[in-house]
Design a protein around this ligand. Structure first.
Ligand SMILES: [Zn+2]
Ligand SMILES: [Zn+2]
Length: 339
């Protein structure tokens, strides 16, 4: 085949495709803690201006060893962990084995290390990847807040704070304080208090119509009933006919089956009917036993009633709004990473 005919073929639509490859611009030696890493430079400069600048530093005079060119004179990265650096190398330079297995063999701790380095060196793409990988693991609300603050992740701060205030009962103040600091703990407890349904606040007002089925959460009583002790009529919407026995408590449980609900899991409040007293006789207004739901026909045991609140949950609208008021500046600061 003559040179001419090849040239013709190219002009006739043959495409020249360049395969993305690791540029052969040489390797560089880094020392992190007591380990020396020899790595290709290319992806460091591609992903981080810190390294572009570092590699463009004026070279040493003739006859001197150039920093980073040999094991004898590596570039020393002070204040970093070798394990974190090794994890970052795995992400920057995946091996054929990584490809075959379809995933990197990185632990949760490795990804935190990658997040740390990518944040400090401004590697946005890698940072986003680490956040996505860690979001796929199980992060507790506390972990989210702690990691969010250390690595400036707006999404985790918002999620973590919302999850903490939606928990019921609230975590012990000592735990909140030791992990999140006194200021945050205090603000979160205040927000949680604001967001409690009005009935659970001071005075606790409850009516017959707010007692819900454990299965479908709808109202169990649609008609007036008589007090089990004095037979006095208790109307469905009378908010003064019943009161909560002193010393009794309401258990909050987080609803788990609602996987489609985004954001914090809703909390249900469980009521034991034997804790509900009649204002007329000061005795219990109900009897033990099972009650059949008029909506779903399933039975609810007397100790498993659900409190029907405005949306049957702690008011998540109020708490997330308060979180934005109290922590909005901090969240916005971290969001600058996403721009
Ligand atoms: Zn029901
Ligand atoms: Zn009574």
């Amino acid at each position: 085949m003559s040179t001419d005919s090849i040239a013709d073929e190219i002009t006739q639509g043959t495409q020249v495709r360049q395969v993305e490859y690791v540029l052969c611009d040489g390797t560089v030696f880094f020392r992190v803690e007591h380990t020396i890493f020899e790595v290709p430079r290319s992806r460091f400069t591609e992903h981080s201006e810190v390294f572009t600048d570092m590699f463009h530093m004026p070279q040493a005079e003739d006859g001197q060893d150039i920093e980073g060119r040999s094991t004898g004179r590596p570039i020393v990265l002070e204040g970093y962990r070798a394990a974190d650096f090794a994890a970052l190398i795995k992400v920057l330079y995946p091996t054929i084995d990584d490809m075959i297995e379809g995933a990197w063999k990185l632990t949760k701790e490795d990804w935190v290390g990658v997040l740390n380095l990518s944040k400090r060196w401004g590697m946005k793409k890698i940072r986003n990847l680490a956040i996505a990988k860690l979001s796929d693991t199980t992060l507790s609300p506390m972990e989210k807040v702690v990691l969010a603050r250390e690595y400036e992740v707006a999404k985790w701060l918002r999620e973590g704070l919302n999850e903490i205030v939606s928990e019921h009962p609230i975590r012990p103040p000592a735990e909140l304080k030791s992990q999140l600091g006194a200021d945050t703990a205090c603000t979160l407890m205040w927000i949680q208090n604001q967001a409690l349904p009005a009935q659970l606040g001071a005075g606790f007002i409850l009516s017959l119509g707010l007692l819900g089925c454990t299965s479908c959460q709808r109202a169990m009583f649609s008609n007036d009933r008589n007090c089990a002790s004095c037979t006095r009529t208790i109307s469905v919407n009378d908010r003064h006919a019943l009161y909560f026995a002193p010393g009794a408590s309401i258990t909050g449980i987080v609803r788990t089956q609602h996987t489609l609900v985004r954001g914090p899991a809703p909390t249900d409040f469980v009521i034991n009917l034997l804790d509900l007293m009649c204002r007329g006789c000061s005795n219990c207004a109900f009897t033990s036993g099972n009650y059949i739901c008029p909506s779903c026909a399933l039975s609810t045991g007397y100790q498993h009633f659900r409190l029907i609140t405005s949306n049957n949950t702690i008011d998540i609208g109020i708490s997330s709004q308060k979180i934005l008021e109290e922590f909005g500046d901090e969240i916005a600061r971290y969001e600058s990473w996403d721009q």
